[in-house]
Design a protein around this ligand. Sequence first.
Ligand code: S3P
Length: 429
Amino acid sequence: MHAKESVVIRPARNFLGSIRVPGDKSISHRYAMLAALAPGRSRFENYSPGADCNSTLGCVRALGCAVEREESGAVVIDGIGSQLHAPQSALDCGNSGSTMRMLSGIVAAQPFTSELIGDESLSRRPMKRVMEPLREMGAEIFANNDCAPLQITGTTLQGITYRVPVASAQVKTCLLFAGLLAEGQTTVEEPTPTRDHGELALRAFGAEVIRSRNSVSITGGQALHPLDAFIPGDSSSAAFFLCAAAIFPESNLVIDGVLLNPTRSALLDVLTAMGSRVSVLNIEEQHGELVGTLSLVPGRAKPVEISGAQTALLIDELPVLAATAPFGAGLVVRDAGELRVKESDRLTAVTRNLEAMGAQVEQTADGWRIPGGQKLHGAEIESFGDHRIAMAFAVAALRAEGDTLIHNSECVAISYPGFFGDLEKLLER
Ligand code: S3P
């Protein structure tokens, strides 16, 4: 991570224009990991420029694959097949929970011991959710109070049927990757649906994956082929601009080439329920993923409640929805306890920062109640080193009175290094 930086966000008069966002983080991680297991050369255009996806590339390299980033940003990976090489040093997952959890499923099937390490924030995040099922499949894992560093001694894994206790696409994907390399069949049952990029990526690389309403199965021992793909724009990055457009009465926003996977587009339903007019144009399918153009014009604000399965599908978009909620007609979020174990405790981080801006907000055990029709003032914002908190409050600051200073703003590089520049391009002052 870069040295600590702060950025000043000045209020804007309007939010207008057309933009593309960088490649999707969830898909980039999965494609890179599967490329390692697919003998031959894979190439990904628009691979996420974020530090998290770079951590995945570092790990893939450490496991024996040649990885190159072309000047265009495209990533080329020479996969070596299901048997990777023992790393010479610890696999550094940086700030990336996705890297640590999903890669665990792959190294658990290798005939060597790997150590997975992360930064301070990642070393506090719960890993038991992948350790338990991987142990059940046969891996030996040591951890520090169920947190990183993880020491994983791989083996010939045995397929299992596993019901994931808390909805998590990272856990599901970890087990599908482990299942691909295991003996027999692995079935993952989910309490509520989560993003399905793991399933779609496995299919794109040639594996057969069987899906039913609440479960996904994979048979071990299938060979993958390499993939050439253009990675769609990250819908969770697009969320910051969509929420910005939604709070300016005269705004007009177009986002091209953005991921429209239904397990990632719940925000569009919420913004529509809140009164915005969202249109989807030119939908195309690319390797199982839907991609297209989005446009948003605002409308009369309406209150919204989010809970249950919808909360799980919106998990990465909740910080920006909450940070902009005071300008709308009110928001209630329930069942979002998982936000406490993200890169920061996002329930507390959002509450503190909204309060610093003068907003009324009630934090509950698993969500917030945020009244609408509020006026916010500029303030000093603490990102808690969490990229989504920094970006969410940069958006809220656009409609505040006075300037806002966002501390530790460098963390946006985790998912979106060019965020502040792109935000600026859409502003009218
Ligand atoms: C992700 C799943 C979610 C999400 C994270 C990316 C993924 O985490 O918050 O940013 O790519 O599978 P959980 O699996 O912990 O819900």
